[in-house]
Design a protein around this ligand. Sequence first.
Ligand code: PRP
Length: 178
Amino acid sequence: MKNELEEVLLTEEQIRTRVSEIAARITADYEGKDPVLVCVLKGAVFFMADLVREIRVPCEMDFMAVSSYGSSSDSSGVVRILKDLDAQVEGRHVIIVEDIIDTGLTLSYLMKNLKARNPADVQVCALLTKPARRKVDNPCRYVGFEVPNKFVVGYGLDYEERYRNLRFIAALPEEMLE
Ligand code: PRP
């Protein structure tokens, strides 16, 4: 599959190293706080799975699925909850775990939505950020890597549901995009 992809942006090893570093920071920051990590489906599943296994303080996992109205490659900012959290987060330390912050619109919605549930605190942990596409800036405490303004796939990120299972992150050539 590597051949049809333009270039590998982040190798499996780079991702593993960075995930461990972020997990170490979360471990240091959340001692005694029993955080709830909220994975935003589907893109963040592998990041979440690898991250929580490197965190050395007690923590919980929960999942949300959201869909933005509009085309699949362009976020509209109008978000619909397809699956909500199982648990109440009132009074809890919440960490939103995202695969990528692109326009920032999904995250803005999620922050507003979760803050309305009166948690003790909401922070964001995103593996990737693509600043060139940003429309709204949200404070993001933990960021893995900055990526260029290209369509990126792998390690959870898809193009029309494909490539999520790649162990690395790559850019899709322009000509492959419809
Ligand atoms: C991606 C990603 C974020 C959102 C970021 O999800 O996981 O949730 O888009 O885009 P934004 O910053 O422009 O709002 P997507 O809707 O592709 O769903 P998926 O994770 O199921 O692939």
